[in-house]
Design a binder for this molecule. Structure first.
Ligand SMILES: Cc1cc2nc3c(=O)[nH]c(=O)nc-3n(C[C@H](O)[C@H](O)[C@H](O)COP(=O)(O)OP(=O)(O)OC[C@H]3O[C@@H](n4cnc5c(N)ncnc54)[C@H](O)[C@@H]3O)c2cc1C
Length: 256
């Protein structure tokens, strides 16, 4: 509706899918958490299943806008809209989620990492409806990190990071770090692979930080320059690593 108000879009036909009750379920089946496309942000925030099995989403969704928006906005609409500054697309990439879409020719299952293709662009075809997302349930030893820089709580981020990790014996055995608002889509940082299965020292982190800065291509807008976004991304990576490994020595001040 805001996009129509701003004359950004003028659809010839609008179909209200809001009453399709079966698209609003949250269910755990085996080791998969399934979230229907019409699940509203507020449902995510309050769901005990999501808090238990995908706590990254519970934390992230509290940063999506304000209660009035969270009461109406849906996960399907949020992902289909594909705003690069949006929190939930990055979470889906960090969680290695599968996005399920259905059309006249059947169902497609799309890895979140392949779903977002550009600013407001996705792999959805015109005839397809996003029906659900499936998220692997959090494993033992899994840990998550979410933080965003925004001028006010609830604003779209200037730069943000959603990360999911497995930590064993003070090491990352897995680390998926998905940045948002620093590119035209959520960016799964290749730099994070430099931190897996190695003792993270300030030097190792500095190398990963440099790799991150090189792989990001942030836009400049009225909120921040590209250089500021790159800097904030490095700060986020350091905070994430420090928090998840319980290593106060790896603070941004000490490493950047
Ligand atoms: C003032 C304001 C502030 C906001 N701030 C934030 C923020 O900080 N962070 C954030 O992440 N989001 C933010 N949003 C976006 C909001 O969270 C909603 O996710 C977004 O508006 C989508 O709303 P909706 O679910 O009603 O989808 P709609 O507005 O109905 O749809 C959005 C688009 O997705 C398509 N679509 C919807 N559902 C489906 C589906 N199931 N399958 C295929 N296509 C579909 C529609 O055709 C349309 O193109 C903000 C929105 C507003 C108005």
């Amino acid at each position: 509706m805001p996009a129509m108000n701003l004359r950004l879009i003028s659809p010839e036909l609008i179909v209200d899918i809001g009453e399709i009750a079966e698209l609003r379920e949250i269910a755990v089946r085996g080791d998969v958490l399934s979230i229907g496309a019409l699940t509203r942000h507020v449902d995510i925030l309050r769901s005990p299943e999501i808090a238990t099995h995908a706590p990254l989403l519970t934390e992230a969704v509290a940063h999506v806008a304000h209660p009035a928006i969270r009461n109406r906005g849906t996960i399907g609409g949020n992902l289909a809209h594909a705003d690069p500054a949006s929190e939930l697309p990055a979470c889906m990439v960090a969680l290695n989620a599968t996005i399920i879409v259905r059309g006249q020719t059947g169902e497609r299952r799309i890895a979140a990492g392949n779903f977002f293709t550009g600013i407001y662009e996705t792999a959805l075809l015109a005839q397809e409806l996003l029906v659900a997302v499936e998220v692997p349930v959090a494993q033992k030893n899994s840990a998550h990190f979410f933080h965003e820089f925004a001028r006010r709580h609830g604003d779209y981020a200037i730069a943000g990071l959603a990360a999911q990790a497995i930590v064993r014996g003070g090491l990352f055995t897995d680390l998926c770090a998905a940045f948002f608002a620093v590119g035209d889509r959520p960016i799964l940082a290749k730099a994070a692979t430099k931190l897996i299965n190695v003792g993270v020292t300030p030097t190792v982190l500095a190398e990963a930080s440099a790799t991150l800065a090189a792989e990001l291509d942030p836009q400049e807008d009225q909120q921040a320059s590209a250089a500021m976004r790159r800097h904030l991304a490095k700060v986020l990576l350091a905070r994430c690593v420090s928090a998840l490994l319980g290593r106060p020595d790896l603070t941004p001040g000490g490493t950047l």
